[in-house]
Ligand binder design. Structure first.
Ligand SMILES: N[C@@H](CCC[C@H](N)C(=O)O)C(=O)O
Length: 280
């Protein structure tokens, strides 16, 4: 299995072009993403043919679960598709678990430097996120986690996000709180978790605990969810620079209710997965 190792702000992926997803993709994702026994990545991404769009993307987390969407991976997939000659368009249509999304490429010569992705409309209804409880939006609502109370705002971009505003993101014990919120019974499909510090109405700082992956250096859908939550809570405007441990994304919640995410994508090496069993 040939692959390309790519990343968006250090959120890293093993990207594989294939006609279909191989058997047992969950097992494959677990071993490929393992940082000691595999290549090491925050996700295994398949670039597949699509009947409805230019291509289809599917992503599997390091724990083997499949995610509906990934903001950093879709920028990588768009770059790969263009630079490999697979889709020679600067506005691509990519089929994902969150519907067909449109990355627009910003070129530097023949290379894709940055990508702006139309991430579609944020999903705010509790039942669609999904999160248990009465119908309506979840904005600044109390959630009790192992005896501690947090005010949360829930947003989905196909995949679920639980956003919590704090005064200092550096002080958050992400490794302790992340898994407790990810597995909180209020989230039937688990959740990604974003701790967000508002620096000013145009700038926020975010640390992410990703569902099925743990702490990562960046999360595109998480940055979009944090930006939407900031605006919904009256803490930010609708355009924000989102500082993540791996770098910065620019997020705009436009008047058409679509969220646009702009950021870089990089390819770092190509390889071949041999899939040897230990001692085999
Ligand atoms: N890193 C991603 C999100 C990847 C999927 C996530 N772990 C989930 O299970 O929803 C991003 O950049 O959006």
């Amino acid at each position: 299995m040939r692959f390309l190792k790519m990343h968006g702000l250090g959120n890293d992926f093993v990207v594989v072009k294939a006609d279909s997803v191989p058997e047992q993709p969950d097992t494959l994702a677990r071993v490929v993403c393992d940082r000691h026994f595999g290549v090491g990545a925050d996700g295994l991404v398949f670039v597949l043919p699509s009947e409805k769009a230019d291509l289809r993307m599917r992503i599997f987390n390091p724990d083997g679960s499949e995610a509906e969407m990934c903001g950093n991976a879709i920028r990588c997939v768009a770059k790969y598709a263009y630079e490999s000659g697979m889709v020679r368009k600067t506005a691509l249509r990519v089929e994902t678990g969150a519907g067909i999304l449109i990355p627009r490429l910003h070129l530097a010569g023949e290379r894709v430097a940055t990508v702006e992705v139309d991430m579609g409309e944020p999903v705010l209804e509790r039942g669609a996120i999904p999160m248990d409880g009465p119908p309506g939006r979840v904005i600044n609502e109390l959630l009790t986690v192992a005896g501690e109370s947090f005010r949360v705002t829930a947003v989905s971009f196909g995949n679920p996000h639980c956003v919590i505003f704090v005064s200092d993101v550096a002080a958050v014990d992400l490794a302790a709180l992340g898994p407790k919120i990810e597995h909180h019974p209020a989230f039937p499909r688990r959740t990604n978790v974003e701790f967000v510090q508002v620096l000013n109405p145009e700038r926020i700082r975010v640390r992410v605990w990703e569902r099925g992956a743990g702490a990562t250096l960046a999360c595109g859908t998480g940055a979009c969810a944090a930006a939407v939550a900031g605006a919904l809570n009256g803490l930010t405007g609708r355009q924000v620079r989102v500082g993540l441990p791996g770098g910065e994304l620019f997020i705009r919640w436009a008047a058409d209710n679509h969220v646009y995410m702009t950021g870089p994508a990089a390819a770092v090496f190509a390889g071949e997965w041999l899939g040897e069993e230990p001692g085999g």
